[in-house]
Design a protein around this ligand. Sequence first.
Ligand SMILES: C[S@@+](CC[C@H](N)C(=O)[O-])C[C@H]1O[C@@H](n2cnc3c(N)ncnc32)[C@H](O)[C@@H]1O
Length: 240
Amino acid sequence: MPEKVRPARPGTEFMDDGRRLQVLTTYARRGSRLNPTQQAAWDRNAGRWLVPEAAVDEKTFDVDRFFGRQAPLVVEIGSGNGEAVAALAAARPEANVLAFEVWRPGVASTFLHLEETGVANVRLVSVDAVWSMENLFDAGQLAELWTFFPDPWHKKRHHKRRLVTPAFATLAASRLAPGAAWRLATDWPDYAEQIESVLDAEPQLEGGRTPRWDQRPVTKFERRGVAEGRPIQDFCYRRV
Ligand SMILES: C[S@@+](CC[C@H](N)C(=O)[O-])C[C@H]1O[C@@H](n2cnc3c(N)ncnc32)[C@H](O)[C@@H]1O
């Protein structure tokens, strides 16, 4: 095991009395059981497409190593079942696309989508993307960032768990290269307002609401939002 050189990741540390250290995360704990199809996809692909958890604790973490090449780095936060990343990465063969998803069944389903589309330029990391943004990337390293249908955290007392907060916006913007885009979408109007007000107020970014990004495939969450009558709102902000 590599010597631990980075701060504790959410969900990985215990207190003296054995209880897990509670860290507020932008995701809820969900079942991690894989169905047989997902398990088979995991077994076929984790070795080549999943960045090992231990690797992110190493000081020498070098994302290019996992792609076997140096290329512009595109990051997706919360890739879910991987419908978007499989299609978008296929259209961007010149980029290394790194997808963060803490939900194991989602990672396994992403492997299936990647196999179907035959793309070779996606790697997955099943580690908290907020922690990773802070600890794994240098200022200006990202060529693009995608956040589609982030968990809405409806209840007012849960709003602090939303991904797009002023602190995260400052952090994420600092990791984008000058001119690089942060593309987002949500089907929740009050989250759309939060995204707009937070990102408008971030001095490292400029942009706003946009028409639906035509390259973005419709995912399960967009389908559900549409079926339930919610408006889909896309955003594009760029690092100034
Ligand atoms: C509502 S789903 C949307 C999934 C996908 N983007 C789509 O459109 O179908 C949000 C996903 O983000 C993941 N997620 C939330 N916060 C995360 C974080 N900090 N790091 C990694 N994944 C995260 C959740 O596990 C969940 O699968």
